[in-house]
Ligand binder design. Structure first.
Ligand SMILES: C[S@@+](CC[C@H](N)C(=O)[O-])C[C@H]1O[C@@H](n2cnc3c(N)ncnc32)[C@H](O)[C@@H]1O
Ligand code: SF4
Length: 194
């Protein structure tokens, strides 16, 4: 879902910060799901993954429309794992509750760091407090949560990375992904580093 509220300084994924075409994107995705259904006609769909950009900018109605198209066109098992990548600033208490009432049953949350200093440097749209709040709230409604963390951030010491890991472990989540910060060409981070 190639839309983001704000551009993170390190990111070279394809996305737009203008959300005007979101519904067009949902419609295009539904068309593509229909057009390509024969490609998986001999397969069972066991997992569905909403990747970004930032799929958590979708309204629940839009998420349901996409899942309905998958159900209508593919052989989906009875209880598929359905993951959505989500950014902490989208995960209000209300949104988490709505998501838990939808078919989404796994969240992959882009925490990146539990420290404001790192989050500011990366131009993330959330702060450390929101990272904590949304994780505490998400845990009330979802058993299956994964978080993303980034290490190798300029100015980040080994001690701070260790604190990040310990904090992540304290949530007792089933999965943690950690990425080495990659300096991609034509990003704000690249200009900053050079
Ligand atoms: C599809 S992306 C973004 C998902 C979501 N929009 C977010 O920001 O949380 C998945 C993950 O890739 C990682 N990532 C993106 N660009 C990166 C980079 N240049 N270096 C290291 N990790 C990166 C981040 O941890 C991010 O959460
Ligand atoms: S890291 Fe996520 S929120 Fe940030 S610009 Fe990339 S896709 Fe968007």
């Amino acid at each position: 879902m190639p839309f983001c509220k704000q551009a993170c300084h390190y990111c070279d994924f394809h996305f737009s910060t203008n959300l005007r075409k979101k519904q067009d994107m949902v419609s295009a995705l539904q068309k593509e799901l229909l057009l390509r259904k024969d490609e998986l006609k001999n397969e069972e769909v066991q997992t569905i993954y909403f990747g970004g950009g930032t799929p958590s900018v979708l309204e629940i109605g839009e998420i349901n429309e996409i899942i309905k198209s998958v159900d209508e066109n593919y052989r989906v098992i009875e209880h598929p794992e359905i993951t959505m990548e989500a950014n902490p600033d989208d995960l209000s208490i209300k949104k988490i509750k709505e998501l838990s009432d939808s078919p989404i049953n796994r969240l992959s949350i882009g925490i990146q760091s539990f420290f404001d200093q790192d989050l500011k440097l990366m131009n993330r749209a959330h702060d450390a407090k929101e990272a904590d709040l949304c994780l505490n709230e998400a845990k009330k409604y979802f058993d299956n949560i994964s978080i993303d963390l980034i290490y190798g951030i300029p100015g980040m010491t080994n001690a701070r990375w260790e604190e990040n890991i310990n904090k992540a472990l304290s949530y007792e989540l089933p999965h943690i992904s950690s990425y080495a910060l990659t300096v991609e060409p034509k990003t704000a981070l690249k200009v900053f580093i050079d």
